[in-house]
Ligand binder design. Structure first.
Ligand SMILES: *Cc1c(COP(=O)(O)O)cnc(C)c1O
Length: 216
């Protein structure tokens, strides 16, 4: 679906919820997509993209970044501590800060590099054992720790369980962000982004609805 149609559907959801039109940013998740599709989105003027693996992003994005110098790349997938430096060099935002060891490593790199991408803490709202993220009850403490490390934490991210009503999870994430004074909410994917926008998403992460099915 052309990105313009997604933009329209988001605008309708923003309007339904009494939010400002254009308040939600579309992170076009380009993982496992052929280069031509990414190029096509860039040519249509889209500039914000997401990848879920550092290695994969390193293989394809430097070339795009050279040609589209105003493009912005966000990491939406899990980050290994030993890839933190590479990720901090390549991404303008990281949506998946999910443990204190990683946060400490990023804080020391931020000191060394003199800069740090914008950070989102990932919350495992469904408390699923196979999923990354801080448990909801531990989120306030985790946020406090990140702040004490002087990290630029500005938002929260979640991926709701597949078989549950996503609105409950988006509402929970919004509540945690609100009581902690965090301004960004990274929530909503191809199947549920309108619900996320109604509940206050500032960043929706959309892959297949924009680019089509992913390759292997
Ligand atoms: C792949 C991915 C998305 C996009 O998923 P779609 O269902 O294709 O829109 C969003 N967020 C994360 C973390 C992902 O890994």
């Amino acid at each position: 679906m052309p990105i313009e149609n997604i933009r329209e559907r988001i605008a309708r959801a923003e309007s339904d919820a009494g939010r400002r039109i254009g308040a939600t940013r579309i992170v076009a998740v380009s993982k496992l997509q052929p280069r031509e599709r990414i190029e096509a989105a860039l040519k249509r003027g889209h500039r914000l993209f997401g990848e879920n693996r550092v290695q994969e992003a390193a293989g394809k994005w430097p070339e795009f970044m050279e040609r589209y110098t105003d493009a912005e790349l966000h990491l939406v997938g899990p980050l290994q501590t030993n890839k933190a430096r590479q990720a901090m060099d390549m991404f303008q935002a990281i949506h998946s800060v999910d443990r204190i060891r990683l946060a400490r490593r990023m804080a020391s790199l931020a000191q060394e590099l003199g800069r740090c991408p914008e950070l989102f803490a990932q919350v495992n709202t469904g408390e699923e054992p196979q999923k990354a993220g801080i448990a909801p009850l531990e989120a306030d403490g985790f946020i406090e720790e990140l702040r004490s490390l002087d990290l630029p934490l500005n938002g929260l991210m979640c991926i709701p369980p597949l078989d549950e009503e996503p609105a409950l999870h988006f509402g929970l994430l919004a509540a945690i962000a609100k009581r902690n004074g965090l301004k960004y909410l990274s929530m909503g994917m191809s199947g549920d982004f309108e619900t996320a926008v109604r509940l206050g998403a500032t960043h929706v992460r959309i892959g297949t609805s924009i680019f089509g099915e992913r390759g292997a």
